[in-house]
Design a protein around this ligand. Structure first.
Ligand code: 4NP
Length: 145
């Protein structure tokens, strides 16, 4: 799960997907394209909306995407078109590129929609993002099960 800072959207996506797949031996992680928040815990508002839904993401820590992730993971879900561009720029070959998907295309195929960045907004934005990611993660579980 990839976003810009790895403190708002992608840690939520990681927590949600983990909560749905933890018995199935699927490894889930999240990263940022940027390094601003490496080592930091998720934004309080992401921790809060996850907790309201019985998901604990407070122990996650920020990490920046590395080219090694193309080797370590089969599927790379990005939150928005800017992340998509950034990760594709780092791809070494076609095989890497084919692992990268916009997460909302799982529920709105072909529409190339962004999960809006809630960082500069209020709590409501985090609720909206949670609902979008919950639905997208249901679709991902369907796909990989
Ligand atoms: P995220 O949100 O990409 O969903 O983690 C952001 C968090 C921090 C910043 C930007 C976006 N920032 O500019 O610090």
């Amino acid at each position: 799960m990839v976003c810009l800072g790895n403190i708002c959207r992608s840690p939520l996506a990681e927590g949600i997907l983990r909560s749905k797949t933890f018995l199935k031996g699927v490894e889930v992680d999240s990263v940022g394209t940027a390094n601003y928040h490496v080592g930091n815990r998720p934004d309080k508002r992401s921790i809060g909306v996850a907790a309201k839904n019985n998901i604990d993401i407070s122990s996650l820590r920020g990490r920046q995407f590395s080219v090694q992730d193309f080797d370590d993971f089969d599927l790379i879900y990005v939150m928005d078109n800017s992340n998509f561009k950034d990760i594709n720029t780092l791809a070494r070959n076609e095989e890497d590129k084919q692992k990268v998907f916009l997460i909302l295309n799982e529920i709105f195929p072909g529409e190339n929609l962004d999960v809006p960045d809630p960082y500069f907004g209020g709590a409501h934005g985090f609720e909206t993002v949670y609902k979008m990611l919950d639905q997208a993660c249901d679709a991902i579980v369907e796909k990989i099960s």
